[in-house]
Each structure stands twice: as structure tokens, then as C-alpha cells.
Write a protein that binds this ligand. Sequence first.
Ligand code: PEP
Ligand code: MG
Length: 554
Amino acid sequence: MITIYGKGVSAGIAAGPLCFFRHARAEVTRGAAADAETEWKRFRDARAAASEQLGALAERARATAGDEAALLFETHRMMAEDPDYEEAVAEGVRGGMSAEAALADARERFAEQFAAMDDPYMRLRAADVRDISERILAILTGAAQGGFESDTPVILAADDLSPSETIQLDKGKILAIVTEGGAEVSHTAILARAMGIPAVVGAGGCLRAAYAGHEAIVDGEDGTVVLDPDAETRARLAEKRAEQLRERERLDRLRGGASVTRDGRRVRICCNAGDPGDVAAALANGGEGIGLFRSEFLYLGREAFPSEEEQFEAYRKALCAMGDREVVIRTLDIGADKQLGYFALPREENPAMGNRGLRVCLDRPDIFRTQLRALYRASAFGRLGILLPMVASVWEVREAKELCGQVRRELAAEGAAFADDVPVGVMIETPAAALLSDRLAKEADFFSCGTNDLAQYTLACDRQNGNLGRFFDPRHIAVLRLLKLVVDNAHRNGVRVGICGELGADPQMTETLLAIGFDELSVPPNRVLPLRQRVREADAALARARLLDELTYS
Ligand code: PEP
Ligand code: MG
């Protein structure tokens, strides 16, 4: 028996024979090229064919793994059209190279550039560049398709799998995936989770070809792969698998259920959405609404601001999908860690305390009004709430509401349809907002506590700084005291209050948050059911007595 340790990125346990994936690697010969014009045409034709394949893959991904997975292939399509990438190939061809050789060089150049970036997410984009380049190369050279041979379901092993290789896998034949490379945020991991296939990545150089055909048990939770398991290990993992299935069935039964504590306290469990795929996931997981729709995804990763029409469509779709459940859309929250290349904000020494969130919108009403127009127009299609981020003063909310009023008057004059009862909420994510929550409650229709930032600013700990370890503690008593103050002030003024920071999804904090008195927890879609289970086990009154003791000022 051999145990290989990697990183579990998609939970579940599966057992079966190990089978290796064979990549389609196009052989690039660097022989004589035709004239530049011919080679350039060959490249463009191959890219057009690749683009068609990617369109079909996007549709397949949408059907089997959801919108987020489909977006991946749509992004690949865009990357293949990227002017810098295209120019790199053109330059090689002009210099007398064949289309294949020029493309292979461009692939290496761009992949190396991505691989050298500081941001781990950007580093992983090297795999995307390789993936699209391999696709075009395979078309140019007529290389055979990659894959694996087996009539029965297998544990698929590979050095690494590209997104297109992963999505093309016949799901019915894959019990689990194990790769030597990869990381939690790699696309293989994202797709495996979306397809519900257990997966372990980062197994290092431990997967020997000689293991092919051997029995393996993959545990996608603790990241182990056991080869040739002995009877005891087999029995232990079979029991763990049975328990996981029982747990999943138990949670599935809570899908349409209410989130009520043992002593009868009801709380709404809503979802945080960072892109349209999360809206579908919210519905699939029994979310009672969208408590935080981060509108930034519409603005990030592009060349210019999204138009009113584009925004309207995105908001309308989310509202229609959620039907009569509320969708709280947060207005643009850029700045700090979310910078837009095309919106050249002046360089700041301390961007987390700089021009971000509502500050940007109030200083640039042109940008804000476009978003507000799109939001109000979309409000005719569902139950919209508008949420203002990074508030520190009462006047900021008044000014934002004044702009909302102007936009509504403008739309009314144009005869455009919009709901006239859209609540406007305030995010509580600065200590100032928490301390002023009694006054802000007079201006806001609801509060949503952003504890990621509230903890950052209260504890003077940069949330992006991974080295702060135990010093960055969103459960810190100072943060909890502020939250209690906010909830008390909200309720005294008849204002509902939720939490949308990560703290809300922390199962160890559920009782405490109920005791503080939150009306709503907004969490990532896959946390809804486990959290509902937690709420149903909790006793809010008992927890409240304990908490008051803990938070008492001495
Ligand atoms: C927060 O700060 O807690 C929050 C929900 O907003 P974001 O994480 O998007 O800054
Ligand atoms: Mg925030």
C-alpha cells in the first residue's frame, strides 16, 4: 500500500483503477516556412477553427458544469484574439517562421510572463495560454486528440490537465481526478468541483506510470490517494464515504426548508454572488435571496467601463433568475485590491485607505449614474436592493441617495419603467460606520456588515497580508462589540441587518451571530445548507446569555 499526499480540492471519496491521461502534444517542426502571407492565413484559419471549438466547449461546460465553467472557455476565446498575442505570432511569421513555430514561441513567451507574476491567480493563467495555443497548434499540425482508454470508470491521473481537457472528459467514466501539478484555484480544481468529481491536485512527482491499472482510493477532502489499499484502509474509507453520502442527503433535505433555531428564532440565509454563475448556484443550494452581488465582476478584466445597456442586461438576468427573492446589488467597489487598468486611479501609498468604493462613485458621478440607471431600469424585473460600500460618514449616504433620486426622476421623465420602492442599504465595513450606525439607520433601509473590511480597519490588519496570521482575527472581541452595537442601533430604528463578510459563513460563529441578533447571513452558495443545519441545531436564547457575558464592558 502506498499513500500519496496532495491537496484535496473537490470533496468526495472514490475508488477504482488508476488510468493515465495521454495529452495531445503537437510536434512543432521548425523546418521551412511558406511565405509570410500564407503562414499568417494558416494561423488565422486555425484560430478561427479553434474559436468554433471553444464555443462548442463553452456550451458543453454550461450544460455540465454551469455558467462559471462556460465563462472559462469564452475567456479562452477572447485570449486567442488578444492583440498582443496575435502580434507576437505575426512578428514570428514576418520574420520567416512557420505558423506553428511562431505560435509555439508566442505560447512560451506569454506563459512565462504569466508564470513570473506575483499574483497567484495571474500565475495560473500561464496554463490558459498553453491551453489555447495547444488547441490552435493541434489544428495546424493535425495532431491526434488527447484522452484515455478504458471501458469502465477510472481514477484519472495526469501530470496536469488543461481546462479544455478537463471539460471534455466523459464524466460517466471518471470517478476522481489526481494531478501532479495544479492548485486550489486552478481551473481543473474549479471544474472538478463544478462537476462534482472528487479531486486531488499537487501530488508532486509521485504518480509513476507503473501504477496504471492499480486500485486507488482518492479522498478529495484530505487530499490523499491510497494505492493498493489494505483491507483496513478500504473499510475505513468506505465508512467515511458512506458518512459523506448520508450527510449530503441530510443537507439536501434542507434545501427548501426554513432556517429556524431550536428555540424558534428565524434567520434568512442568502448568498454572496461574485458572477452570474453564483446566482444559479444560489438557487441550486436553496439560498433565500442574494444578500451581496459584487458588481465588480462587470468592470474587472476588460478594457473599458461596461455600458449602461450591458449592466442593465446583467442585473436584469440576475433579478429574473431569482424571481420574488431579493437581489441586493452592491454599487461599484473598486480601489484597494480591485484596480481597473483602464480607470487610471492615481498611485496611492495606502490604497486600502484611499480612493475606493463609494468614494470613487461620489467623486465620479458620471460612472455612478450609469450604474444607477442600469440598476433602476433592472428593478422593474424583480426585487432589487441597492447597497453602498465603504461608507464612513452620513453625508456620503445622503449624497448617494440624492443621486439615486436624480436618476429616478430622469428615468421617469423618459418614461422608463422602474420599481419605486427599491431599498437602499449601507455596508458597515468601517469602524466609523459602526460607531455612527444610530445615525446611519435614519438614512438606510437596511444594513449589511462587511466583516472582511470591518476587521481589517478595526484591527489595523491588512486583509491581503497573509503574514499577519493570528493578528487578523475577524472573531476578535472588538469586532464583535462593533457588530452588536450596529445590530442594536439597527433594530432600535426598525432597520434590518445582515452580515455578508466571511465571518457569516464561519460555522463556529453561527450561534454568536444569532445571539448578536443578525436577521440575515449572506454566504457563498455552497455554505447555505451546512449553515442552515447549524442554525437548526442552535439555541439563540442560550447563546445570547453567554454572549452578553462575554461582550460586557468592564
Ligand atoms: C467585506 O468587506 O466584508 C465584504 C463583504 O466586501 P468585500 O469582501 O467585497 O470587500
Ligand atoms: Mg468590503
